[in-house]
Design a protein around this ligand. Sequence first.
Ligand SMILES: [Zn+2]
Length: 325
Amino acid sequence: MSGSDKSMKALREVWRRAENSLCADCGKPDPDWASSTLGVFICLSCSGIHRNIPSISKVKSLKMDHWDDAQVQFLAKHGNAVTKAIYEAHIPIYYYQPTYNDCQVLREQWIRAKYERKEFTELGKQLPYTDGVKEGILWKRGRDSGQFQPRKFLLSEREGCLKYFTKQDAKEPKINVKIDVINATFQPEKIGNPNGLQITYLKDNKTRNIFVYHKSGKIKSRLTRNFLKEGFMEKTGPKDAFAKGEVFVGSRENGYSVQKGLPSGTQGNFSWPYGITIVTPDREYLFTCETEADQLDWITAFTSVINQDMTPQEYAIEAYFKFKS
Ligand SMILES: [Zn+2]
C-alpha cells in the first residue's frame, strides 16, 4: 500500500466516526467536506460559507481532494466533538442555532459568530455587542412578495442609527434611520408570529413600516423575553391597560429587575391594589394587579425572564424598545 493509500484509508476511518456523521455547523447527515484548519467535518453548503472566511478555514472535499498524513492526523485529533467543545463551549441558552433547513444568511451568521468572532469560546464573551453596536438577525417581510426573509439588523448607539442589510456581507445598508424617528410595537397577530414587531419610522416626512419577527420566538421555550405573560395589568392611569410585550424585559446583568409593590410615595390613579415595579436601565414602570395571586404570577413570570441571559438578537430588540418608551 502506498503512502497515499494509507492516508486515504486513515481518513476514511476518521470520517466514519459517529461524531463526524453530521455536519458540525448545521447537523446535515453525511458531510463530505472538511476544514483542514479547524478539523471539522461539514456539508457542501457549509463548506461554501467556510470558503468565504479563508483566514479561519481551509476546506477540502473528502472525496475528491488529496489529504496528506499531517492533515489526516489533524482531523483525527480534532474532529467535530473536540472542535465543538471549544467553539460551542458557552452558547447562550436562547441563542438560535440554525440547521440545514435554514437559509444561507442565517447559517453564515452562526458560522462567523462561532469561528471568526469566537463568541462562544468563553463565558459571557459577546464582544461585538458591548461597544455600542448591536446586531442580530430579524425576519423581515418583503414589501412586494410578503415573504419573510432573514435580514441583518444593526443598531449603532454611537451613530444613533438603525440599519438593516439585505445581504450578510453587504457594505451599504438598505435602510439607515435615525433612532429618534423610530417607534416599535409588538404585533403578534398582525404579523402572524408571537414575536412579531412593527417598526415605524419617518422618511421624507412619510411614515414607513417594517414588519419583522424574531426567529427563535417560534419556539415556545425561547420566547419568554419578548413575549411577556399574557394578560393585562393596569398601568399608570385608570384606563391605560397594559398588554403583553409593551415593555422589553432584559436580563439582570443588563440592569433589569422586578420588585413587589410600588416605590413609596407613588402618586397615581391606581384602582388596583397590588403593585409591581419593573426597573429597566432607563426608567421604572409601575403596574398594579387586581388580586395578589395575579401579582405573584406576574412577578414569577418577570423574574424568570430577567434571570435568563440575553441573546444578540434580544439586544437588538431591547434597543428598539428603548426608543419606544
Ligand atoms: Zn452544514
